[in-house]
Design a protein around this ligand. Structure first.
Ligand code: FES
Ligand SMILES: [Fe+2]
Length: 424
């Protein structure tokens, strides 16, 4: 992982330090409200499924998910069974995961390595390039031109380390357009190189997919809901926030930011004092910090507006992996306290390398989402389902929620969010 331009890093760090010094959070200068029906209405759910998932490019993973030719992933989260492969030439390809005989899935595992996909029904066999390469007892079956019965190919692009698929044959993918002004910044981080897949956690909960997204949208709750977990590591009520089309960058300060204050500015490093998070419209939260990346994909349940599925995928940089491996088992167990210690600027920049246990870091990350954020999300879902509450409000310190809800309404052709003036 390389880095965004240094003056930008310094500007973000300065702004976060200013907010900390002045005890002021980010301020959008306006409040908004949204009807709770956006979280429960079947018509809204049907429309967003169609517009934002069935007919919208989908980020299905990172380049690291397909490390070598022959690697594959499958996904079924946006209404179409997809098989993604890295073909013999190293190119990312995507196919409809459906046999051209009678439609059965040809790859059934979530991920793996295989240059051949054998349909379990009658063993028709396909290559990583999607070609039909074998039909058992073809003399019994009949004359089939194999070159016409390869897997149906879907548009697929790999760019800036993102694997993007369009769920519709003939659909177009323009990653630069999807990222907008964020594209050069994504490019600068080099997420396409030096990351290694570490595991995935799947969280199925009774909350609308937008309520799930909302939990990633402010730091106002850090010192309340997460007081004993993330709140030990991160400052609450400070945020550097910037929008890029329908996407945004959301940078939160770790307590290690303080040790940077004594250092000359040219040594400042964004990842030693913050964790940036990119939201990529409509459903991706891309969170990273020193040595690791977490890709969070949030999908509606197409049969139930009140449910969603979240996939959290973890990656480590090769440097961090080496550091962990070279520690010969003397890996320091991470908990809230020594996570802070092991991430401190002094340790990492000027002292001996500090090893830590990434699986514990990931566990903390996942359980905070599942056991804290999504628990309150499920609670809010019950109120939305009931309808009596009518609407909820987004404060001046919650600009990411303003932007996300405005973007989603705009994409669906809904009227803009209404301002909230403090009364009804
Ligand atoms: S359905 Fe795949 S081989 Fe028959
Ligand atoms: Fe949270």
């Amino acid at each position: 992982m390389q880095a965004m331009e240094h003056p930008k890093q310094v500007a973000i760090l300065r702004e976060l330090m200013r907010q900390l010094d002045e005890k002021r959070n980010v301020d959008a200068g306006v409040m908004y409200k949204t009807p709770t029906s956006v979280y429960s209405c079947p018509d809204v759910a049907a429309k967003e499924w169609e517009v934002l998932f069935r007919d919208h490019p989908q980020i299905i993973g990172l380049s690291a998910d397909l490390a070598e030719p022959g690697a594959f992933v499958t996904c079924d989260d946006f209404g179409i069974p997809v098989l993604g492969t890295r073909d013999e030439s190293g190119r990312f390809r995507a196919f409809l995961n459906a046999c051209r005989h009678r439609g059965v899935r040809v790859a059934n595992e979530q991920r793996g390595e295989s240059r051949r996909f054998v349909c379990p029904f009658h063993n028709w066999t396909y290559s990583s390039e999607g070609e039909l390469v074998g039909i058992p007892q073809q003399d019994h079956f009949g004359d089939v031109d194999k070159s016409c019965r390869g897997l149906i190919e879907l548009p697929a692009v790999e760019r800036y380390g993102l694997l993007v698929v369009h769920p519709r044959v003939g659909g177009t993918i323009d990653v630069d357009e999807l990222l907008g002004d964020l594209a050069p910044e994504f490019d600068s981080w080099k997420f396409g190189e030096g990351l290694v897949y570490q595991g995935e956690t799947v969280i199925k909960k009774r909350l609308n997919w937008k309520l799930a997204n909302d939990t990633f949208g402010e730091t106002y709750h850090f010192q309340k809901l997460h007081r004993d977990t993330l709140g030990q590591i991160f400052y609450g009520d400070v945020l550097h926030y910037e929008t890029f089309g329908r996407n945004h960058r959301f940078v939160i300060a770790t307590k290690a930011i303080d040790s940077m204050r004594d250092q000359p500015e040219e040594n400042w490093d964004l990842l030693r004092g913050t964790s940036p998070l990119y939201f990529l419209f409509p459903n991706i939260q891309f969170a990273f910090s020193l040595g690791n990346v977490n890709l969070i994909k949030i999908y509606p349940d197409p049969d139930d507006p009140s449910s969603s599925i979240t996939r959290v995928t973890h990656y480590l940089t090769t440097e961090m992996l080496e550091l962990v491996q070279s520690s010969n088992g003397e890996v320091r167990r991470i908990d809230a306290d020594n996570l802070y210690e092991s991430r401190s600027f002094d340790d990492l920049e000027y002292g001996a390398p500090v090893a830590f246990d990434p699986s514990a870091l990931f566990e903390t990350f996942d359980s905070t989402i599942e056991k804290e954020d999504y628990v309150v999300g499920e609670s809010a879902q019950r109120a939305a389902d009931n309808g009596t509450l009518g609407h909820i409000v987004f404060g001046r310190n919650e600009p990411a929620l303003h932007h996300y809800h405005s973007a989603f309404r705009d994409a669906l052709g809904m009227p803009p969010l209404e301002e909230f003036h403090g009364g009804d």
